[in-house]
Design a protein around this ligand. Structure first.
Ligand code: ATP
Ligand code: MG
Length: 554
């Protein structure tokens, strides 16, 4: 991974603009979410791009809530968006705006359109408007209201604002070209009547501006220089430019489109994420299986790994569908360097060290990070009875098995060498219930004289460890593109992976009792885990699995 400044077509455009002095040396970007849901990993790409540019060019990035659909928006969503942008490591400073801050200005500009003969009040029903819009191959038909006079339009539009008409009675349309090859230019609606309360403006308005019209004007009013959006807005750019050219705004930002970020085995559309929440497929927007920022945060992904990932995938116009394993790789790389190691046993087999006195405890010192002494050391408590992993013992192992076998020796991680002398079974089932071993007190940190011990096993003291649930996650869906068959009527939820959450009890070394929420650890051999803010009834911290130690699921 490179630490050099990234380059891409957007940065090239900006550098060229700076060279030619196009915007007087300014670079102003914005991240404009609609507060109608929680942010997801796709948004992270846009956040890292827009705020990243501001950092790189020593300029600013605005956070603007694109709040033109009051029915679907809420303060809950706004707050979560602010929390998520901060968590990702970015800050808008004093530049927090709402499209609704500009409602009055947008209204004034709409009056201006009308006076210029560039907008008219249309009284067709939504259905009539649809049928007269034409198709990709056929032009649309002019509305019978297209030639209303300026006076009539001014009068009707003002009365729309004055609450004289019900929802849907009229709309304001830009007067462009019903025969345009670009459907977005066929007299698009720029205002509609909605008698609903708005989370910012209350009941001040009953007419609300449409997204396309609002967006370009908001960008211009804020002095945005480069308005970056995803590719589906490419066909809307002529309308963006038409509005600003017609209004002759002093600032005319350049809209530049880039490819959305999509992942396999998950969904990243707010509508679908909302459906997963509302139909209780998951526990909420912050369920650690969700690709929302809050979900991956709960899962334990560090924000720096997400930033690195966004830098690595870069920005282009080519559709990017990425395997979740690529993001996980970034997370793993980061956690390998930054997390302390701890010992745990998931599938316990009891070991009794027959020559270790009952009731005795011995403190062993273990480094918290094998490659990095700065992480310091911690105490491990050794007692007569310990657990090891069941898979670390085999009665009749193949030749290349280096772990424990009857009569064989292994080293307890950070401890002594022990030899297995006896295998105890359940007389009924024949299942091995415990091993009787002897440890060699002369082997702490040194090899036993004359014997080679290759195997090292994890262990925990039975008395000085605690049991706690680990939440293990798998892909959210069983197929790479769960929504690809929606058109045939196959709902994406049909491919929900019912094994995507598995809870497993683990025995964990006692030092982890003090773990604080959002702290991360490598459970040696088992993967990376994040401490949740939840506790078991006896007060033990509960952990989420972040990723496995190597690529691959489970
Ligand atoms: P959805 O389709 O999930 O509702 P959206 O694009 O409508 O998402 P917005 O709140 O409008 O969501 O998005 C805010 C910004 O984030 C926009 O500039 C949008 O282009 C960008 N964005 C949204 N999804 C992605 C994605 N998957 N990849 C990159 N950028 C994205
Ligand atoms: Mg959108």
């Amino acid at each position: 991974m490179t630490t050099e400044q990234p380059t891409d077509f957007i940065r090239n455009i900006i550098k060229e603009d700076l060279r030619t002095g196009k915007n007087g040396g300014a670079v102003v970007t914005r991240f404009p979410p609609e507060p109608n849901g929680y942010l997801h990993i796709g948004h992270a790409k846009s956040i890292c791009l827009n705020f990243g540019l501001a950092q790189e060019f020593n300029s600013r990035c605005h956070l603007r809530f694109d709040d033109t659909n009051p029915e679907k928006e809420s303060d809950e969503y706004k707050n979560s968006i602010k929390t998520d942008v901060h968590w990702l490591g970015f800050d808008w400073g004093p530049h927090l705006y709402h499209a609704s801050d500009y409602f009055e200005q947008l209204y004034e500009y709409a009056l201006q359109f009308i006076r210029m003969g560039k907008a008219y009040v249309c009284s067709l029903s939504a259905e009539e408007m649809r049928t007269t819009r034409g198709t990709l191959s056929e032009p649309g038909q002019n509305s019978p209201y297209r030639d209303r006079t300026v006076e009539e339009n001014l009068d009707l539009f003002q009365r729309m604002r004055a609450r004289e008409f019900p929802d849907g009675a009229h709309v304001l349309r830009a007067k462009i070209d019903m025969a345009s090859g670009n459907v977005n230019l066929r007299d698009p609606v720029i205002y509609r009547i909605r008698h609903v309360e708005h989370h910012q403006t209350g009941n001040t308005w009953c007419i609300y501006p449409m997204y396309d019209y609002t967006h370009c004007v908001s960008d211009a009013l804020e002095g945005i220089t480069h308005s970056l959006c995803t590719l589906e807005f490419e066909d809307h750019r002529p309308l963006y430019d038409w509005c600003l050219e017609t209004l002759k705004t002093p600032c005319h930002p350049q809209q530049i489109e880039f490819a959305r970020l999509e992942f396999t085995y998950t969904v990243t559309s707010k509508r679908r994420l909302k459906q997963l929440v509302e139909e209780n497929w998951v526990s909420g927007w912050a369920d650690p299986r969700m690709p929302t920022i809050q979900g991956i945060r709960k899962r334990g992904f560090p924000p720096s790994a997400i930033r690195k990932f966004c830098e690595m995938i870069g920005v282009s116009k080519k559709k990017t569908t990425i395997e979740m394993s690529v993001l996980e790789g970034c997370v793993r790389d980061e956690l390998n360097d930054t997390t302390p190691r701890v010992l745990s046993v998931l599938d316990p087999l009891k070991v009794v060290l027959l020559n270790f006195p009952e009731g005795k405890t011995e403190i062993l010192q273990a480094p918290n990070h094998p490659q990095n002494p700065e992480f310091g050391k911690r105490d491990l408590v050794l007692t007569r009875e310990i657990y090891i992993e069941r898979e670390d013992f085999m009665e009749d192992p193949p030749k290349d098995y280096f772990r424990l076998r009857p009569g064989g020796e292994v080293r307890l991680r950070y401890g002594y060498v022990m030899r297995c002398d006896k295998v105890i079974r359940d007389p009924q089932t024949g299942v091995i219930t415990e091993l009787h071993c002897e440890y060699d007190p002369a082997t702490l940190g040194v090899n036993p004289v004359g014997r080679k011990v290759k195997g090292v096993v994890q262990w925990v003291s039975i008395e000085h460890s605690f049991t706690t649930p680990l939440r293990m996650y798998d892909r959210l869906f069983t197929v790479p593109e769960p929504a690809s068959r929606e058109k045939e009527g196959v709902p994406f939820t049909q491919f929900f992976n019912s094994d995507s959450l598995r809870v497993q009890e683990a025995h964990v070394e006692s030092s982890l009792r003090q773990a604080t929420p959002e702290s991360r650890f490598q459970f040696e051999r088992h993967g990376y885990f994040c401490c949740t803010d939840e506790r078991t009834p006896d007060g033990n911290p509960i952990f989420n699995k972040i990723v496995s130690l190597r690529d691959g699921w489970k």
